[in-house]
Design a protein around this ligand. Sequence first.
Ligand code: NAP
Length: 449
Amino acid sequence: MGGEVPATVQGIYDEVLRRNRGETEFHQAVREVLESLAVVLDRHSEYAEMKTVQRICEPERQIIFRVPWQDDRGEVHINRGFRVEFNSALGPYKGGLRFHPSVDLGIVKFLGFEQVFKNALTGMPIGGGKGGSDFDPKGRSDAEVMRFCQSFMTELYRHLGEYTDVPAGDIGVGAREIGYLFGQYKRITNRYESGVITGKGLGWGGALVRTEATGYGAAFFAEAMMEAAGESFDGKRVAVSGSGNVAVHGIEKVHRLGGTVVAASDSSGYVVDEKGIDLDVLKQVKEVERGRIGDYADRVGTASFVPGGSIWDVPCDVAIPSATQNELDGDAAAVLARYGCRYVVEGANMPATPEAVRVFRDAGIAFAPGKAANAGGVATSALEMQQNASRDRWTFEHTEERLEEIMRGIHARCHATADEYGSPGDLVLGANVAGFLEVAEAVHAHGLV
Ligand code: NAP
């Protein structure tokens, strides 16, 4: 794990370990926040007295349910569905649904916990939650995915509502799945409640820029970090892991901002293309054909494919891990440092392990945690809710401007908070403390509920 847990919060951490046995990712996420909070509790005795940190570490509600469905051959499958409604101090629970075989309660809780702070940092009125299932959409027909989504929503709908809980997509849940989920919600409730889910199609309540928002937002955040150091993307070599929603749009925006993305990956390996990743080919392979990243190298003469392997072996100035949790460990971080990497910006949720973060700190590499750098997706989801509520539709340009403004605002806030709490340049501490203070104030104001 990371550094020492400060004595002030050790008891809180021990209690989290005791009550949430075996949920290692959740422990990791809580610990990382607690390490930042000792300085806050020193200044705010009211939060210690009212056990505000302990209350924020305990989800308001955890829902686990059975999801039965039949495949195209008539075989019956039973999956497990989750929704963890973590904190509603700032607004309705808001956070994505993940469909992936690795999903369990600990993963959903880690993501929900992170979401609480991330959503607070956006400055939008949204609480935090997360959900999903151990269902694997890979290799399933559209009809199978639809039947699964309908069964999933048949239980979940009773917990949702535009003022209660508003899910969105995440790994394995894109526009297709959101469509099936929304359709079933509408059918059961007999309400066209657009604001009940985000990431909708553009023709039926979706918002422009939502698809691009997380990747674009991470690139804007990276640019703000560089500007704070008197630099820019110009001439920088960039490695972006993953080739899903976050990665593809991150690559697109980095190229527009003047950087060159020389490597991308998926779970089968990585490709290197010194000329810069050709986005049209990457999108064709991953989004249209739903193929493997190696297919990219088969089509682009300047590219090579490394099966297995770590993308962090590719020398770069900027690394934007955008695949999944704990994909960048201490050894990979040491390689990045050795090759002179200067900025690491988390596009995914918690892709860097605590050891990796320690290596970055020791090497003087500027590091942005996901709860700050990838908040563009949920911020734009909140903009989608805003448009749904006012029956309005904004242009791409206007929405993208709002996104950039929000990302720059988050960076400025994390930066200023790190200064204020005596750790200049520490965006991990800045994000944790700024997010916590926003939530804690509202929790406190609402009394003991
Ligand atoms: P996605 O579209 O499903 O893409 C995930 C990508 O990561 C795929 O290319 C996948 O490869 C790859 N991947 C998964 N496990 C991997 C591994 N162990 N090694 C290398 N590559 C791996 O998901 P996404 O929406 O881009 O989300 C990516 C991350 O960003 C997640 O941590 C998510 O929670 C976070 N995030 C997403 C959003 C959003 O708006 N989408 C917002 C905030 C945070 P395969 O194709 O081989 O599976």
